[in-house]
Ligand binder design. Structure first.
Ligand SMILES: [Fe+2]
Ligand SMILES: [Fe+2]
Length: 298
C-alpha cells in the first residue's frame, strides 16, 4: 500500500466527517494568552474558569501523585501558581484532548488508550531528558497526541476497526500494518489529517504521521525517534491498549535508537537495562494520573 493512496483515503474519511471533535475554544485562548510576555496568572485563571470541565480536570490532575502537592490544592488560582505557566500550557492542552474524545462509544476502551498515550508522553519526557533534547514539554505533548488517529478509527469506523483488532489478537502483526492492509489507510495518515484541521504545529503533525517510521522524518527526527521508542516501550509494558503481549524488542536494535545515538553519543555508553528500569518507575504514576483525570467529571 503506497503512502499517497493511504493519505488520499485518510483525507476522504476525515473531510467527510461532520462531527469531528473540536479542541475547545478556551484551550486555544489559554495557549494564546500564555504566549504573551506580561501575562498574569489571574487572567489565565479567569479564562480557564469559563470552561468548567477543564477546571475540574485541572484540579484533579494537579492533586494527582504525578504533580505531588504537599497539601490538597482547592482553588484553581493556587493550582496554576503551583503549576507555573509552562505547565499550564501542557495541562490545558492535554485536558482538552481528553475532553474532545471522552465518549466511550468506540471499539477500544478509552481509558486504556489514554493510559497508553500519557505513558508514551511521560516516557518520552524522561527519554528526552536523558539524551539532552532541549524541549521536554514538547516531547511530553508529542507522546500524548501521537496516536490520536486511533480514536477516530475506534469511534467513527467502529466495526471495521474492531475487525482489525480481532484479526491481530495474539498474532505477531503490528496494528498499523493490519490497518494499512484492511482499511487502506492507518491511524498515522488519519491523525495527520486531524492535526492539520486543528492547526497543530508542524513538528507535532510529523510525530503523528511518522512515529512508526522515524527515519522518514525531516522536521524533527529526534522527536519522532523519542516517541517511537517510548511507544515500543509502553507497548511491551502494561500501557498497551491493543493487547499485544507477544511483542518484545531490543532497544538498541531499533532504527530510532540509531537516530538518537547519532544525536547524543553518550547513549552509546548508556546501560540500557538501567535506562529501562528508570522508565519503568514512571508506570504507576501514569496509571494514577489517568485514573485521576477520568474521575474528573463524576
Ligand atoms: Fe501508533
Ligand atoms: Fe502508540
Amino acid at each position: 500500500m503506497d503512502k499517497n493512496s493511504m493519505m488520499d483515503k485518510a483525507r476522504q474519511l476525515v473531510e467527510n466527517m461532520d462531527d469531528l471533535p473540536t479542541i475547545p475554544v478556551v484551550a486555544t485562548q489559554v495557549l494564546q494568552l500564555i504566549e504573551q510576555p506580561d501575562v498574569r496568572i489571574e487572567d489565565v485563571a479567569d479564562l480557564m474558569l469559563t470552561d468548567q470541565v477543564m477546571t475540574a480536570r485541572v484540579m484533579k490532575m494537579i492533586n494527582s501523585p504525578v504533580y505531588k502537592p504537599e497539601h490538597e490544592i482547592t482553588s484553581l488560582k493556587r493550582a496554576l501558581v503551583y503549576l507555573g505557566l509552562r505547565h499550564i500550557r501542557e495541562v490545558a492542552l492535554t485536558t482538552s484532548f481528553i475532553n474532545a474524545f471522552d465518549e466511550d462509544k468506540g471499539a477500544m476502551e478509552l481509558s486504556a488508550f489514554w493510559e497508553h498515550s500519557f505513558g508514551v508522553g511521560m516516557v518520552s519526557r524522561i527519554m528526552a531528558k536523558k539524551i539532552g533534547y532541549q524541549d521536554l514539554e514538547k516531547a511530553y505533548i508529542a507522546g500524548i497526541i501521537h496516536d490520536l488517529g486511533e480514536v477516530f478509527l475506534s469511534n467513527f469506523m467502529r466495526e471495521e476497526f474492531q475487525a482489525v483488532l480481532d484479526s491481530i489478537k495474539g498474532k505477531p502483526i503490528k496494528l498499523v500494518d493490519a490497518e494499512a492492509q484492511q482499511l487502506g489507510t492507518t491511524h498515522c495518515e488519519i491523525g495527520l489529517c486531524m492535526a492539520h484541521k486543528w492547526n497543530f504545529p508542524e513538528a507535532y503533525c510529523e510525530v503523528i504521521a511518522q512515529h512508526h517510521t522515524p527515519s522518514d522524518a525531516t522536521i524533527d527526527p529526534i522527536l519522532c525517534a523519542i516517541v517511537n521508542l517510548s511507544d515500543l516501550f509502553c507497548s511491551v509494558r502494561e500501557l498497551n491498549y491493543g493487547g499485544r503481549e507477544w511483542v518484545s524488542f531490543n532497544l538498541v536494535e531499533e532504527e530510532a535508537w540509531q537516530i538518537l545515538k547519532n544525536e547524543s553519543p553518550k547513549l552509546a555508553e548508556m546501560d540500557v537495562e538501567r535506562f529501562c528500569y528508570d522508565l519503568d518507575d514512571a508506570i504507576p504514576d501514569v496509571k494514577e494520573l489517568v485514573s485521576s483525570i477520568f474521575t474528573a467529571k463524576e
